[in-house]
Design a protein around this ligand. Sequence first.
Ligand SMILES: N[C@@H](CCC(=O)N[C@@H](CS)C(=O)NCC(=O)O)C(=O)O
Length: 208
Amino acid sequence: MTPVLYDYWRSSASYRTRIALGLSGLEFDAVRIDLSAGEQFETEHMRRNPQGLVPTIEIDGHVFSQSLAIIEYLDETGRYPFLPIEPQQRVRVRTLAYVIAMETHPICNLSVAHHVGEITGDPEHSIDWMVRFMGKGLAAFERLLDDPATGRFCHGDKPTMADVCLLPQIYNARRRDMTTEGLPQISRIVAELEANDAFSAAHPNNFR
Ligand SMILES: N[C@@H](CCC(=O)N[C@@H](CS)C(=O)NCC(=O)O)C(=O)O
């Protein structure tokens, strides 16, 4: 059965999952959940994902959510090695991925940033908030790349879960007019990722 991905074009967690499916060589049917229209809160989607978030995937007869859990499932079922074998190296890749997926992306999510605008009475504050915390997260990521284990990609010479998290976060940063100037390792790796078929096929513009 072809996996079905419930996603939204601009959602970076969905973008991660599309990249991971592409690296895994899996075709999938994308079903759009329009976040701007609130479709994530409709009963049918809430049944799939009680958090009212995307992505959610139907794969191998199961329904899964949380992009990193889905990515690890693809790894554990032998589709693609998103994590290295050796435990210390796995920690490094997870650390890079978590800097983005657990510490940066969630606090810059639209619902969080909008709330900042609401409670301060100035919608501009939501943009300041996102730019500040994306900047801090990406600066830390850049410092973590200052490591001999960094190669062509974030860890070695093949894309891992860290790269899968990085490119969508850069897409978000660019939406807020942030550049990767001053982040030389990230800039170099992003150029590599943009030239990779699985990463470019997953770009939001292909899922509008
Ligand atoms: N940790 C989750 C994050 C999912 C998430 O935050 N999805 C956002 C889009 S990137 C969403 O569905 N937002 C809808 C909303 O806030 O109402 C994952 O990695 O899958």
